[in-house]
Each structure stands twice: as C-alpha cells, then as structure tokens.
Design a protein around this ligand. Structure first.
Ligand code: NAI
Length: 300
C-alpha cells in the first residue's frame, strides 16, 4: 500500500479538473493537503474562493485533512503564501504538484505580448514561484517530491499554442535542474504530460473526450509523489489508461574528426546520419551529453 500519512502536499490549481483528483487521492491516502486554486476562468480571468473550498469540504467530509489557499501561483508573493499555508498549518511541506494552468491560445502571428506573458506567468513562473520556497523547506528536511505539469503541446508542439508550448517546455527544464540540484537532499522532481477531459480541454478533444477521464491520470501523479517512487528527472505521460515515458535523447550522430571543421556540403551529405535516431541515449545532465561528445573525440 502506498500511503502518505505524515506527509504534507500542496496541489496548485486543485479546485477542479486534474488537480482536484490528485488532492482527493493524496488526502484519501493520509496526506494533509493544501488545496490551492485562484478560482478564475480557463483564460485566467476572475477569481473565487469557491472551487478550493468545495474540494477542501470534500476531503474533510471524507475524514481527510486539508486547507484552502486562494493565492495566485503567478505572483512571487502568491507562491510564498501557498507554501506558507502548508508550513503554518502543518509545519512541513513534502510534496508539491505544480498543476495550476490557463490557456490563451492564438496563432503565432497574432499572439500578443500579454497573451504570452499571462501564460508564462501562470505555468512557468508559477512553477518557479511555488517551488522555490518549497525547495528551501524540503532541503532543510532532506526530503521532497515535485511534480511539474507539462503538456504534449509543449514537448511535441501544437498549433496555436506558442505561449503555452513555450511555458510547458520550460517546465521540463525547470524540473530537470531541480532534480539535479535536489538529489543530494532527497528531493526528486518529475514531469507529467497529462491528457484528460477537463473544462480546459472539453472543446478540444473531440470524440475521444469520453475516454479521457481525469481520474485515469491521477494514479501516475500520486505514484510520482510517493516515497516509494525511486525515479527523478523523468517525464511521464498519462491519459485514457495509457501510461508511458517521454524522454529527450541524443543519437550516435556523425563525427567529423578531431579539430576538423567540415564543409557545409559535408553536413548536407551526412544529414541523414546526423538525424538517424535508430540508436540513442538519454543523458541526465548537460555533462552527460558532453561526455558523449568526449567519447566521439576519444574514438577518433
Ligand atoms: P482546469 O482548468 O480544470 O484546472 C486548472 C486549474 O488551475 C483551475 O482550477 C484554475 O482555477 C487554476 N488556476 C489557474 N490559474 C491559477 C493561478 N494563477 N493560481 C492558482 N490556480 C490557478 O484544467 P486541467 O485540465 O485540470 O489542467 C491542469 C493542468 O494540466 C494545467 O497545467 C494544464 O495546462 C495541464 N494539462 C492538461 C491537459 C488536459 O488534457 N486536461 C493536457 C496537458 C496539460
């Protein structure tokens, strides 16, 4: 049995959709949970205490422990207040699920700076704002689990989502570095790329929507939050009952030779070898990629 007794979790954007199901399950398994939600619309406009309160009520009426937080992850002070809510209420913070998010889709030519900034502020800066104060507390306790919410739209790309895609890809970088810096303190960080029917996606999923229950994403995320999870620095995908791993790898490539500057024509001649991904590795830091270069140099 995977239990969270004695653990304290913050789930951002937990007033509905995916975040709600994570918060409910973490609480059901014994975690004390900070249910954070600004309570605005899908585009981030407005605010309300209602959605976070409802989830806290659901948790407490089922015998669990939770408190609400209505702060915005998009503000530095909001991130501090959300983590402060965990520390003031429960004296510790063990788990952060960075899940809050908004959409402001527009094709690249028409995207405004406000649309870019609003989406970066919520997802990317939001992940930073909440995780930095949490990381400091976790370091002192020598334990922590982060989950960052990315998206296939950021990792693979999607029409009309340059702002969202940039933010979601940025979160992969944020999580990777936190995983490296946190390792010696028992802090792990992973990424989830979910696919689920929520208010954010109900108009986008088409006929598959009925088969993409947010509850199906929940077990993967809750596992990543568990002490039993030994993995860090990874990206997982979950949707419609399929669970998998997404990874960023590099291939064998083509080695031109030590101190050799190939011509542009040689690159053209070798481009398929340079692109070939039939053999690849998944480096877990920039130095691991440099080692691959070093190996090629050593072998010349
Ligand atoms: P949702 O709209 O139901 O949930 C997002 C929640 O975040 C909302 O309750 C919203 O009020 C809250 N929120 C927004 N801005 C906030 C802020 N500044 N501070 C605090 N809370 C804020 O949508 P869903 O689908 O549950 O999304 C959860 C996460 O999963 C998001 O990060 C989303 O981008 C991501 N995602 C969802 C996918 C899906 O298929 N549903 C696909 C890929 C990623």
């Amino acid at each position: 049995m995977i239990e969270f007794g004695g653990r304290v979790a913050v789930v951002t954007g937990a007033g509905g959709g995916l975040g709600r199901s994570y918060a409910l399950e973490l609480a059901r398994r014994g975690a004390r949970v900070v249910v954070n939600d600004l309570g605005g619309g899908v585009d981030g406009s407005g605010a309300s205490t209602k959605s976070a309160d409802l989830v806290v009520d659901e948790i407490t009426s089922a015998g669990g422990e939770a408190v609400a937080s209505y702060d915005s992850v998009a503000e530095t002070s909001g991130g501090e207040a959300i983590v402060g809510r965990a520390l003031d209420s429960y004296g510790q913070i063990d788990i952060v699920v960075n899940n809050a998010g908004i959409l402001r889709d527009r094709s690249f030519s028409n995207m405004s700076r406000e649309e870019l900034e609003g989406v970066l502020a919520t997802h990317l800066f939001g992940g930073f704002n909440v995780s930095q104060p949490a990381f400091k507390a976790m370091k002192d306790a020598n334990y922590g689990r982060f989950v960052f919410t990315s998206s296939n739209a950021g990792i693979f790309g999607n029409f009309g989502q340059t702002n969202y895609g940039a933010a979601k890809a940025g979160l992969v970088g944020l999580s990777n570095v936190i995983a490296i810096e946190g390792a010696k303190y028992g802090i792990q960080s992973n990424v989830i790329a979910p696919a689920a029917r929520t208010r954010m996606t109900e108009d986008l999923l088409g006929p598959m929507a009925d088969l993409l229950d947010p509850e199906q994403v929940m077990p993967m995320v809750v596992y990543l939050c568990a002490e039993e999870n030994p993995y860090t620095h990874e990206i997982f995908t979950a949707g419609g009952g399929r669970y998998g791993r997404i990874f960023i790898g590099t291939n064998e490539g083509w080695f031109a030779g030590r101190n050799v500057v190939p011509t542009v024509e040689e690159i053209a001649d070798r481009i398929e070898e340079i692109r070939d991904i039939s053999a690849y590795e998944v480096p877990l830091s920039s130095s691991e990629e440099i080692m691959i270069i070093g190996r090629a140099l050593g072998g010349s």
